[in-house]
Design a protein around this ligand. Structure first.
Ligand code: DON
Length: 585
């Protein structure tokens, strides 16, 4: 390379110009003064580089709000809380106060990993058959788009728990950017205009949602027009002033309960007052020299990511070749085994036994690995949840934050569907989730993501619905190395899995790892989904092996990732959706 300085300079200049043209503000802000040794310019996609701190998320203003908090001296948790509240304002399709999620933290001091579960809970009055019609079929409108669709919101409790226990700033300071964005308004982006127009029909059905996000004539705000949300600003101010009680008790709670009473919703003042975020021990597993830390139940994410990695660990994946037919076959067959187990064994661990240790046991994987034929797809109908478990005792969004000291936050939170139930609580500026749909309304039946789920995930008052959200941090040689996560319902697990595999087994940088074409199989339906960009020759080979391949349909997931290498922060927002942003300094 050094013998060809001119060629290298040309390459560097053309790449720099291409990057500038694509994301001008980003590139100018964060380009290193000189070529950094950690970037291999021969990779297809390049990350944004930062030195001190970085926030990667689905929307520019909220990620910049997180960066601003870091620059004011806040830690990664302060930034995560600020970004979480700001996304509730700027990214209403998934950013939220009325939903829930999971936050995974790595704290360099004390080398600690912390998992905060702020998943919604079923209201006390919820019951097992609440979404079944007289003929025992599911009432999908009731399940997904009614006031009964909502679990008790967890986001405010979760973000405040994180702030109080692991943050360093006061509520007023971290809530200030969100309040300003709600009160003063912000210019509607291409992405927001597009999302509101795409969901206009659904949002128009609820007069309050229509009033919040559309102009009086019902049309969406145009790109560049200012969207102000004074009611949401009021709610945020209640939280800033009174903390958790500002949301779960008092006037905000009364407005939520009143709306529930108006339309047969189940959430009561008592449900709201009883809500608690729960700190859980994250799951840990090894894959060669890497240690993976991820989401425990009530997420299924960590369990199945570890289970699939165990199934793959003894194959030489690099030798098979990235996205080769042989590799994708092995990956698909492993996914089918894991999702079959998911359909039976996973649920809220506070209500049912989840055999986590048995499912993530390497010996179990070794036995299951023998069920995978070398060059033949096993029809899903012939795969059942594993019976050889040795049980010993017994439209979501992601943002990722890191600083140079190795503190990291991976946060996935959601209203479930895009804009949740599409019902807003009058006077709060807030949409409600439709997370009740993540329970098995009819155990053995499929949910909105086509996922088959079992008895352990049946509805019960106070229970948390099973999730696939998988905020994940990978350690390399004991050091925090790669933080990521994704929306995508049932595809979250396979998205996060392939992203970390691309980095761990195929040595890709963070941008290439998140951008490369992905596949997804979830056991049922027996269908291998492949994104655009996987070669038709490869797909033909997979079909020859007996896979039912569905190519070029929906994209799979949307990651927000940061890699920490040699003291540099390398960030990448997934280009599968518009509007993502890397805020770095
Ligand atoms: O918790 C879960 O698994 C789902 N509620 C996530 C929903 C989701 O990712 C929708 N976004 N694409």
């Amino acid at each position: 390379m050094q013998r060809r300085p001119y060629a290298l300079l040309c390459l560097w200049l053309s790449l720099a110009l291409a990057t500038l043209a694509a994301t001008p503000a980003q590139a100018r802000e964060t380009a290193p003064a000189q070529q950094s040794p950690i970037i291999d310019y021969n990779e297809r996609f390049l990350p944004i580089v930062g030195r001190e701190g970085m926030v990667v998320g689905p929307e520019q203003l909220a990620t910049e709000a997180g960066k601003q908090i870091l620059q004011q001296g806040g830690n990664v948790v302060d930034a995560a809380v600020a970004t979480g509240f700001a996304l509730a304002v700027t990214y209403p399709r998934a950013g939220n106060l009325g939903g829930g999620g999971f936050m995974l933290l790595h704290l360099a001091e004390g080398n600690r990993d912390v998992f905060i579960d702020y998943r919604e809970t079923a209201p006390a009055a919820a019951s097992r058959d609440m979404f079944l019609k007289a003929d025992s079929s599911e009432d999908l409108a009731l399940e997904y788009f009614s006031l009964q669709s909502s679990g008790v919101p967890g986001t405010v409790a979760g973000l405040l728990y994180a702030l109080e226990k692991y943050g360093s700033m006061g509520r007023e300071q971290v809530l200030a950017p969100a309040i300003a964005l709600a009160e003063q308004g912000f210019a509607v982006s291409f992405a927001l205009n597009y999302e509101l127009a795409a969901r206009a029909d659904r949002l128009h059905r609820n007069p309050e949602a229509k009033r919040l996000y559309f102009k009086p004539d019902g049309s969406p705000y145009q790109i560049g027009e200012i969207l102000r949300q004074p009611d949401l600003a009021w709610t945020l101010r209640q939280i800033a002033a009174r903390g958790k009680d500002g949301f779960y008790r008092g006037e905000v709670a009364r407005r939520i309960a009143a709306e529930m009473q108006r339309g047969n919703g189940l959430i009561t003042l008592e449900d709201l007052a009883a809500y608690r975020a729960i700190e859980r021990v994250p799951l840990r597993g090894r894959f060669h020299e890497f240690e993976i830390v991820s989401a425990p139940p009530p997420s299924s994410g960590g369990v199945h990511i570890l289970q699939i990695l165990n199934l793959l660990e003894n194959d030489d994946l690099a030798a098979l070749g990235h996205n080769s037919a042989a590799y994708l076959h092995l990956l698909t067959e492993s996914m089918k085994l894991a999702y079959a187990d998911r359909s039976e064994y996973l649920g809220d661990p506070d209500f049912v036994d989840v055999p986590v240790a048995a499912l993530t046991d390497k010996a179990y994987a070794a036995r299951q690995r023998k069920l995978i034929a070398a060059d033949r797809a096993t029809p899903s109908a012939r795969i059942a949840p594993g019976r050889e478990l040795v049980v010993e005792s017994q439209d979501t969004t992601q943002y990722t934050i890191a600083d140079r000291h190795g503190n990291m936050v991976s946060n996935t939170y959601t209203l479930n569907a895009s804009f949740g139930s599409a019902i807003a609580v009058p006077g709060t500026g807030m949409l409600l989730n439709n997370e009740m749909g993540d329970f098995a309304a009819l155990p053995g039946g499929a949910n909105m993501f086509g996922l088959v789920q079992g008895e352990r995930n049946a509805i019960a008052g106070g229970k948390r619905p099973l999730s696939s959200m998988s905020p994940t941090i990978v350690f390399r040689d004991g050091q925090p190395w790669f933080a990521t996560g994704s929306p995508g319902g049932s595809m979250i697990i396979t998205t996060v899995l392939q992203t970390i595999l691309n980095a761990m087994a195929f040595d890709m940088n963070v941008a290439t790892a998140g951008t490369s074409p992905r596949i997804h199989h979830q056991w049922l339906p027996d269908e291998l989904q492949a994104e655009q960009g996987i070669s038709p020759d490869t797909l033909a080979l997979l079909r020859d092996m007996g896979h039912t391949v569905k190519a070029g349909g929906r994209t799979i997931g949307r990651t927000q990732s940061i890699m920490l290498r040699d003291g540099w922060l390398l960030g990448a927002t997934d280009p599968r959706r518009p509007g993502g942003w890397v805020a770095a300094y």
